[in-house]
Design a protein around this ligand. Structure first.
Ligand code: SF4
Ligand code: SF4
Length: 347
């Protein structure tokens, strides 16, 4: 489909139209952080940062979500029955999602939408949400998306890709869902040859600016047990304080915990994000815990992302190179160095 254009003077009108028809989520600055929030006016949107502090994962998989409700009142009509809590299923649009974060949703699909199990909460959000991406003209120095199957102008998983040109947004139309958004807004003007050439130049300059590269070509060939037993984990885990930040900011970490909360005779069943970096994560009901040591937990995080996941799904590593864990780890543990250690490991 041909690229279209939105003049910069018309962008606010485009967003107003989206907000009138959909629930719209976009990056919003709040003090020192920028995160995805539902917006009600175009001036709330802040597209100036390369990466939001948290990924947009929480729009699809909320950090805490009440899924089911029940009563402990044995005389109630619904006694003993778990009921789904009604949610607002108005169609939604995520605006300003970066290509790496859109690819992360595709990797999470491998866990939440499988031939044997379709998580209903994940599936309805994926089906009801259009993704309007924003190409990265100026990636951060911690970005390494091009080494792990994505790129600053990649279109995987997106419906539209906005490219920020000098006087206009050039819009790459990727799916019918994306074309519908533009048609509803009356955006029909096609990009000129000069505008298309500008996009190509922006893409080339963005690709050239990515200096962080990680080796992943030998990971699949590495022997799992030998990697697991390697001595380098001692060095990797040394400074970790098991704060869990790396997993909470990561767009591809999907672990959660299910809990029941009861107040008087009413209860709700919640799903909350959890983290393999927490000591209680693997505590069994019996009291046994197979990962009591920090080294075991740090090793699990990296082995899962860089070895177990690619071996199981053959879709590359469970990392999209967004660099958030590198930027936000309080003790500077850097996944790029772990890539190197694991990829170059020799028995
Ligand atoms: S953010 Fe850093 S210190 Fe915190 S759990 Fe992750 S690796 Fe450890
Ligand atoms: S592991 Fe780190 S760099 Fe990779 S996707 Fe997660 S937060 Fe981003």
């Amino acid at each position: 489909m041909a690229n279209r254009v939105i003049n910069k003077t018309d962008i606010a009108e485009f967003f107003v139209g989206l907000i009138a028809r959909y629930r719209v989520f976009a990056p919003v600055r709040q003090k020192d952080m920028t995160n995805f929030r539902e917006i009600s006016a175009p001036d709330q949107i802040d597209l100036s940062l390369s990466n939001t502090t948290l990924s947009p994962k929480s729009i699809m998989l909320p950090q805490s979500e009440s899924m089911l409700e029940f009563t402990l009142d044995r005389t109630a009509e619904r006694a003993g029955i778990l009921q789904e809590i009604k949610t607002d299923r108005t169609p939604r649009v995520i605006v300003g999602i970066r290509p790496c974060d859109a690819r992360a949703f595709q990797l999470l699909d491998l866990n939440f939408d499988t031939p044997s199990h379709r998580d209903p909460w994940w599936v309805w959000r994926r089906e009801e949400t259009a993704l309007v991406g924003l190409a990265c003209n100026a990636p951060c120095n911690t970005c390494f998306c091009t080494s792990v199957g994505s790129g600053p102008f990649a279109t995987d998983g997106l419906d539209l890709l906005l490219i920020d040109g000098p006087d206009e947004l050039v819009v790459q139309v990727i799916t019918d869902k994306g074309a519908k958004l533009l048609n509803e807004a009356g955006i029909e003007a096609e990009a000129s040859e000069a505008q298309t050439e500008t996009v190509a130049a922006l893409q080339e300059s963005s690709l050239q600016s990515i200096k962080s590269l990680v080796p992943a070509e030998s990971l699949m060939q590495q022997e799992t047990k030998a990697l697991f037993d390697s001595e380098f984990w001692e060095e990797v885990q040394f400074a970790c304080i098991n704060c869990g930040v790396c997993t909470f900011v990561c767009p591809t970490c999907w672990c959660f915990d299910i809990q029941d909360e009861v107040c008087k005779s009413s209860g709700v069943r919640l799903r909350n994000w959890d983290s393999c970096m927490f000591p209680l994560f693997t505590l069994h009901g019996s009291g046994h815990n197979p990962r009591t040591q920090k080294l075991q937990r740090v090793r699990q995080r990296f082995m899962h992302k860089l070895k177990y996941f690619p071996d199981k799904y053959h879709r590359g590593v469970a990392c999209v190179g967004c660099g958030r864990c590198i930027q936000q780890c309080p003790v500077n543990i850097d996944i790029r160095k772990v890539f190197l250690l694991m990829n170059d490991f020799k028995v």
